[in-house]
Design a binder for this molecule. Structure first.
Ligand code: ACO
Length: 432
């Protein structure tokens, strides 16, 4: 816990209460209200946790006003430009960049755990063929606790580490299998001679009947998508993982909970929703109609892929993702794709529109990742599973940090109760 040198004073019904203030290494000070109920007998009220720090953490820092994102202190643009996903995984999990020997060992460990238990294939086959891959993933990841009992004892640090490695290693295999199952193609086993991103592309797009070469520019773009989604401090799915874990639930159950939360269109599901919106708009001339709808208070429509709870400036991940999108589109020669034309035009119109400027609504990372994934040939239903596989390391790192924290307690928010007060039960014949 950070040092407390300042205090805040709360005055309530004529009485004053001193509250400790913690100063973080970066970001705003935090008023510690833990003893407030015990001393003043009141709760605080913060639906959506817009002003509440739920934990202390050393993993990721975001300054939403300035558009800054740091993992263990390193800026995301440097990590996306100079590092690669598995090195970032090591950094998030262990706190420091690895030495060459540490990285080699880590990469070997992850590579050697990419296959899943053969019996899990049957589990996939229990789903309807047209199931959304996210639905399949929630089920299959949850089922891992039934297949890997030997890494569910969270009181054993070694078992926790094995579960972490298994999840990072097997997630691409499971996401690719969910995809293959949904299109009726045979599962493709992982290839340990390929790097993490290339292996995922190979498992998604190759078929046993043909030789398939992964384009290095595409695997680099895929690796960047993984890197840019690796962690994002206490967002909805990460907080879900922490809350699930606070009861002592096993790691596979906790990550399944995170995947379920991520699926929502206000969170990770936005990349699919964004591409579907672009398809619905269809042509550049229809953009003004949709911009007008997004601004209309009486219309629930929102421009998907725009806005963010924390970023009130350009999302630094979106800046890197946009560069990647330009690179990939050029490589694939699909700059003329009408959907991508709509995306580019929409971006320009929204960036210059007073409504979006005033409300500080910038394109977010999902806007550009959707464009890249579409160009690479992924169906929209795979966008959120790819986000989930990328974010697994973030969830796991936050889970690990939480379990090592001596202050860790079961999460139990309170409420502002507005229901009926005590009343007596009325027999059914007396209800009028
Ligand atoms: N289109 C139009 N108006 C918007 C949009 C949007 N995409 N986003 C926010 N606004 C408006 C709201 O109507 C509101 O207007 P008001 O002040 O007049 O009432 C104002 O901007 C603030 O919006 P809130 O909903 O209060 O902001 P919040 O922080 O709760 O929501 C969120 C953030 C959920 C991301 C929102 O911007 C949104 O729904 N965006 C579209 C979905 C999306 O792209 N989500 C991905 C997020 S990134 C991620 O998960 C990786």
């Amino acid at each position: 816990m950070a040092d407390t040198t300042k205090t805040a004073t709360l005055t309530l019904d004529g009485k004053s209460y001193e509250l400790p203030v913690h100063s973080p290494t970066a970001g705003p000070d935090v008023i510690d209200i833990r003893k407030l109920y015990g001393t003043a007998g009141v709760f605080t009220y913060d639906p959506g946790f817009t002003s509440t720090a739920s934990c202390d953490s050393t993993i990721t820092f975001i300054d939403g006003e300035e558009g800054v994102l740091l993992h263990r202190g390193y800026p995301i643009d440097q990590l996306a430009g100079k590092s690669h996903y598995l090195e970032v995984c090591y950094l998030l999990l262990y706190g420091e960049l690895p030495t060459a020997a540490q990285l080699e060992k880590f990469e070997t460990t992850i590579t050697r755990h990419t296959m899943i238990h053969e019996q899990m294939h049957n589990f996939f086959r229990g789903f309807r063929r047209d199931a959304h891959p996210m639905a399949t993933m929630v089920g299959v990841i949850g089922a891992m606790s039934a297949f890997y009992h030997d890494s569910t004892d969270i009181s054993d640090p070694r078992q926790r580490e094995i579960a972490s490695h298994r999840l990072i290693a097997k997630m691409p295999t499971i996401a690719a299998m969910a995809y293959k199952y949904s299109i009726g193609q045979p599962f493709v086993y992982p290839r340990n001679d390929l790097d993490y991103a290339a292996n995922f592309i190979h498992m998604c797009f190759s078929v046993p009947a043909e030789e398939y070469q992964v384009d290095p520019i595409l695997s680099r773009a895929m690796d960047r998508i993984f890197t840019l989604h690796a962690d994002h401090e206490q967002n909805a799915s990460t907080s879900t993982v922490r809350l699930a874990s606070s009861s002592g639930a096993n790691p596979f159950a906790c990550i399944a909970a995170g995947i379920a939360c991520l699926w929502g269109p206000a969170h990770g599901g936005a990349n699919q929703a964004c591409l579907e919106m672009l398809k619905e708009i269809g042509t550049v001339d229809r953009i003004p109609e949709y911009i007008a709808r997004a601004k209309d208070k009486n219309d629930p429509f929102r421009l998907m892929g725009f806005g963010h709870r924390v970023y009130k400036n350009m999302d630094p991940r979106a800046t890197v993702m946009k560069e990647s999108a330009d690179e990939v589109l050029e490589l694939l020669g699909v700059e003329d794709n009408p959907l991508l034309q709509v995306a580019k035009e929409l971006e320009q119109i929204a960036l210059n529109d007073p409504y979006f400027k005033e409300k500080k609504l910038f394109p977010n990372v999902d806007f550009y990742s959707g464009i890249i994934l579409e160009a690479m040939g992924f169906p929209t239903s795979m966008f959120t599973p790819i986000f989930a596989l990328s974010r697994t390391v973030g969830w796991i790192s936050q889970w690990k940090e939480m379990l090592n924290d001596p202050q860790n307690k079961i999460g139990r928010p309170r409420q502002l109760y507005l229901g009926s007060t005590l009343r007596d039960y009325v027999d059914i014949e007396d209800r009028g």
